[in-house]
Design a protein around this ligand. Structure first.
Ligand code: KIV
Length: 301
């Protein structure tokens, strides 16, 4: 697989530019080198290293246990892929709930160690001081409203937010606040499509929807959901563009059968005694495809 991307590298400016030009913004989560390479080559506009990593990679039942160390680890793996798009790191639960100084300290880890260009945090007005402190530290902030998964205990489950006149007005007010506060974009998760469209129309900054309908300025999906790799739950808003989980199980079954019946490895997978150029250099299968980092063939100098 050649994992190259055409065109100029994108910066965070892509968010405002796309909105100004009426073009949709495509965001996808990634958590490691491979998912970042795939997202980059697939032509997304930005990568979000979401704390959804806690559920689709680390096996937790919610995002609440995710730590700063987890997020730094995943952000580092993603940015090592050197994607040509901005990478946004999610601030995990507990990392922006105490003092604004603590929030900046945590976000700086994502920037300095994780090499991200911006951070995302859940919540509106009650995070005002934290957002201001981040912006004062030159860290761009993406907001996140609606079904904010870190509030699952307060919500009493994963429920659509902003239903009914009062709740809708409150959500719109929070979104307007985030724009005023200086966020460069806001994720709207699981809110009625009509409300998301109204918010998108009222805001000068882009809205990025997930379960918020087609009226948002952009969309974000979780990598494993899009590819059918995480099949535990399938919320209504998920569209699977592939069934890689099923394909992967089939591939592993085939591998297991071939090891057991001696078909794998075949002669074409074996190394000879010497390592002549003819043996190691003439087969394109020996060369890592460009864009694939760190793949070393032990038969090469
Ligand atoms: O953690 C995450 O992946 C997210 C997106 C679903 C918006 O917050």
């Amino acid at each position: 697989m050649i994992m190259e991307r055409k065109g100029k590298p994108l910066t965070l400016g892509v968010f405002s530019r796309r909105k100004a030009q009426g073009e949709k913004i495509v965001v996808l989560t990634a958590y490691d080198l491979t998912s970042a390479l795939i997202a980059n080559a697939g032509g997304v506009d930005a990568i979000l290293v979401g704390d959804s990593a806690g559920m689709v990679v680390l096996g937790y039942e919610s995002t609440l246990p995710v730590t700063m160390d987890d997020m730094v680890h995943h952000c580092r793996a993603v940015t090592r892929a050197r994607p040509q798009v901005p990478v946004i790191g999610d601030l995990p639960y507990g990392s922006f709930h105490l003092t604004p100084t603590g929030t900046v300290r945590h976000a700086l880890r994502l920037v300095k160690e994780g090499r991200v260009s911006a951070v995302k945090l859940e919540g509106g007005r009650k995070r005002a001081d934290h957002i201001q402190a981040l912006l004062d530290a030159e860290i761009p902030v993406m907001g996140h409203l609606g079904l904010t998964p870190q509030s699952v205990n307060r919500f009493g489950g994963y429920k659509v937010q902003g239903r009914g006149k009062e709740a809708a007005a409150a959500l719109l007010e929070e979104a307007l606040f985030l724009e005023e506060a200086g966020c460069f974009a806001v994720v709207l998760e699981c809110v009625p499509a009509k409300l998301a469209l109204e918010i998108s129309t009222r805001l000068g900054i882009p809205t990025i929807g997930i379960g918020a309908g087609g009226g948002c300025d952009g969309q974000v999906l979780v990598f494993h959901d899009l590819l059918g790799l995480f099949t535990g739950i399938k919320p209504k808003f998920v569209k699977r563009y592939a069934e890689l989980g099923t394909a992967a199980v089939k591939a592993v079954e085939k591998y297991a059968a071939e090891v057991r019946d001696g078909t794998f490895p075949g002669p074409e997978h074996e190394y000879g005694e010497g390592s002549s150029p003819a043996e190691s250099g003439s087969d394109p299968g020996d060369s890592p495809p460009s864009g694939y980092l760190g793949h070393v063939d032990p038969d090469k100098d």
